[in-house]
Design a binder for this molecule. Structure first.
Ligand code: PBG
Ligand code: ZN
Length: 379
């Protein structure tokens, strides 16, 4: 039998305390008709049981909001530098720092500067960086992606050499390396799913050999996680985990990133392989499929417009979940802050906390360094 709502504190303790009334004249809240109907509801609906409340005025939720210490004591969601992943754009060439106009504060960095940036992140307590490569040459197949001397492979080695503890997660996709900008091999005007899989697997092996800590496919081909897992296992890399961009939506919020990574498709768009923004059930199916194929962590991307998907995926899978707070989300906050419409620090911390509350264990965000700094100041 479920405990009844009115089986808790003694009645005298939950008398209401209207000013001027004596204790004896106060109405008892227990056994009120309202409470009896709340009990009946709780009996019928198990979830109502969890959120069961003694009604006002016995319950006053403001009591625990009175001071910072009380609010801290009952805070449900924590944000910590240890939950953040900083994306870095690594470009070919030397001594380059190229600002990205739509993402103020983010730059394309040549390898030595990427190492400096990774060190700055690590010093702030950020445990991981994600790498995107901007190669000197592109071709139809995207062969730069699996070049063992490619820009990302060299960057992985350089960062791991200086910062062996920092997790290095190269993004695994072909779109930064293909001349047409699509995430797979093009046959006519469609992306050939099955012909793309071996190229992704090959790229995964190349990332692994360079020293990647996680393999992170972002292409949205069907079956890629299984293909990559199989290839890694065959190479004796059974211990290398996969972070799958599982629920990746065909989002307008990738616009600033495509400027940064020079990866916009030259014809068409990505709606033939990325998820329709209207579909939540399908997003859950994508994630379940990746889990079945061997994903160790799953991702929802973008984050803010898809908080419901983050929660649904967490509830459906209980998998470690990463959310990607993408370039367009970053650009909106920066633009609003620059216009004086929002306070940047408070906005960023609220946004990141909300993504965590929705169910994300970790957040990939261009705000990572700022957020880590602000969090260390408030603590
Ligand atoms: C590559 C990739 C993209 C992002 C991460 N990996 C772009 C895309 O799919 O077009 C987006 C990141 C961002 O918008 O910040 N497949
Ligand atoms: Zn891609």
């Amino acid at each position: 039998m479920r405990p009844r709502i009115d089986s808790g504190p003694p009645a005298t303790l939950i008398r209401t305390s209207r000013a001027g009334a004596t204790a004896a004249s106060l109405p008892l809240v227990v056994n009120s008709p309202r409470l009896r109907s709340a009990n009946a509801r709780a009996e019928r609906h198990p979830t109502a049981d969890i959120l069961r409340n003694v009604p006002f005025p016995a319950t006053r939720l403001r009591r625990l909001r009175r001071t910072g210490a009380l609010r801290g004591l009952v805070r449900e969601t924590r944000l910590d530098a240890g939950d953040l992943i900083l994306p870095l754009f690594v470009t070919h060439g030397r001594d380059r720092r190229e600002p990205i106009s739509t993402m103020p504060g983010v730059e394309r960095l040549s390898i030595e500067h990427a190492v400096e940036e990774a060190a700055a992140a690590a010093a702030l307590g950020i445990p991981a960086v994600m790498l995107f490569g901007i190669p000197a040459h592109k071709d139809e197949e995207g062969s730069g992606a699996w070049d063992d001397e490619g820009v990302v492979q060299l960057a992985i080695r350089a960062i791991k050499e200086q910062l062996p503890e920092l997790l290095v997660i190269p993004d695994l996709c072909l779109c930064e390396y293909t001349s047409h900008g699509h995430c797979g091999i093009l046959h006519g005007d469609t992306v050939d799913n099955d012909a793309t899989l071996p190229l992704l697997a090959r790229t995964a092996i190349s990332h692994a050999r360079a020293g990647a800590d996680l393999i992170a496919p972002s292409d949205m081909m069907d079956g890629r996680v299984g293909a990559i897992r199989g290839a890694l296992d065959e190479e004796g890399l059974a211990d290398l985990p996969i972070l799958a961009y599982s629920a990746k939506f065909a989002s307008v919020f990738y616009g600033p990133f495509r400027e940064a990574a020079d990866s916009a498709p030259t014809t068409g768009d990505r709606r033939g392989y990325q998820l329709d923004p209207a579909n939540g059930d399908e997003a859950v199916r994508e994630v379940l499929q990746d889990v079945e194929e061997g994903a160790d962590l799953v991702m929802v991307k973008p984050a803010l417009p898809y908080l419901d998907v983050i929660r649904r995926v967490k509830d459906a899978t209980r998998m470690p979940l990463v959310a990607y707070n993408v370039g367009g989300e970053y650009a909106m906050v920066k633009a609003a802050a620059a216009a004086g419409a929002l306070d940047e620090r408070a906005t960023v911390l609220e946004v990141l906390t909300s993504i965590r509350r929705a169910g994300a264990d970790a957040v990939i965000t261009y705000h990572a360094k700022d957020a880590a700094r602000w969090l260390s100041e408030t603590d």
